[in-house]
Design a protein around this ligand. Structure first.
Ligand code: GLU
Length: 307
């Protein structure tokens, strides 16, 4: 992992993962997350798993699951276990929800976004609406249920790349949704359950997701799951300075010259691949990446334009 990667040891179990949502094809920014998580896992003699987070059909773009999986193949990034699809795992999420209901760490809520607008969309403490029968409700996690790692209203965790990260429980975390009013599972719950069920020990992903980590840690504690190690890597921006994302229509990865893009991705990640590696195959390039992986070089990188 990031902190001990200089002294690699084969004895530390390591299972990492890449968990894209099928909301569009992979772009350069998603390749960086896939590659960093892959290189970190492999350089620690670990496994690397792929999970498709297809729990939000209204946001899905048809065909993108296949596009994503095909792009990963072209870039030589193969999952060490059968690929998991969240759309097939409702039973696991239901079991976890029942555990949360039994321990009273979640509550039903019909508060609307409009009602929460004055509080920056954050629900904290009492509901602003009374539950009425026959009205669809969401299940929210009570953020006051967990008090570990709290100090003076702040929750914190240690990120292996970003250092200590803290958020106000009342102003930034609040009582977050674990099952939506439209009956869809919320990302926070599904991700936590799957990371646990798949035995994930290390999460390496884009820094845009760091805001979710403390919520996920709360759920892990409530459900009695171990908490994986986290490293949030910088994200690539477009020319407008915004994070490259499927939502702002970042161009899909070039599948005809993966070697060229992979070399640029290794450079972006601060790994300084030699010029002549540009002529190597995808397999050779990944092998070089694993053998020379120096994750702490990422600390010098800010969110910067794609190259
Ligand atoms: N599915 C999330 C996304 O595509 C990533 C989840 C994660 O890595 O925790 O943004």
């Amino acid at each position: 992992m990031f902190s001990n990667s200089v002294n690699k040891t084969a004895n530390i179990p390591y299972i990492g993962r890449f968990a894209p949502s099928p909301t569009g094809p992979l772009h350069f920014g998603s390749l960086l997350a896939a590659l960093a998580s892959y290189l970190d896992a492999k350089s620690n003699h670990g496994q690397w798993l792929v999970r498709i987070e297809d729990i939000d059909p209204p946001r899905e773009i048809s065909g993108s699951k296949d596009e994503i999986l095909n792009a990963l193949d072209v870039y030589g990034l193969f999952s060490d276990q059968t690929i998991v699809f969240q759309s097939q795992r409702s039973d696991f999420y239901q079991q976890a929800l029942e555990q949360l209901i039994a321990q009273k760490s979640v509550f039903p809520c019909i508060c609307s976004r409009k009602q929460l607008a004055n509080r920056g969309g954050i629900h904290f403490g009492d509901c602003l609406a009374n539950i009425e029968t026959n009205i669809p409700f969401a299940w929210r996690f009570d953020s006051q249920f967990i008090t570990e790692n709290y100090s003076q209203g702040m929750a914190s965790f240690h990120d292996h790349l970003q250092g200590m990260f803290s958020q106000s429980v009342e102003e930034s975390i609040g009582d977050f949704v674990v099952k939506r009013k439209d009956q869809l599972w919320a990302y926070q719950l599904a991700m936590v359950v799957d990371d646990y069920e798949q035995g994930i020990t290390h999460v390496v992903r884009g820094i845009d997701l760091i805001d979710s980590t403390l919520r996920q840690n709360m759920l892990q504690r409530a459900l009695g799951y171990p908490i994986p190690a986290y490293a949030h890597i910088p994200v690539a921006c477009g020319e407008n300075g915004q994070k490259l994302s499927k939502q702002n229509l970042a161009p899909a990865l070039d599948l005809s010259h993966p070697e060229e893009t992979l070399w640029r991705a290794l450079s972006w990640l601060g790994q300084e691949p030699p010029k002549n590696l540009r002529l190597a195959s995808v397999k050779e390039m990944l092998l070089w990446g694993v053998q020379h992986w120096q994750p702490l070089k990422l600390q010098a990188i800010k969110n910067q334009p794609a190259i």
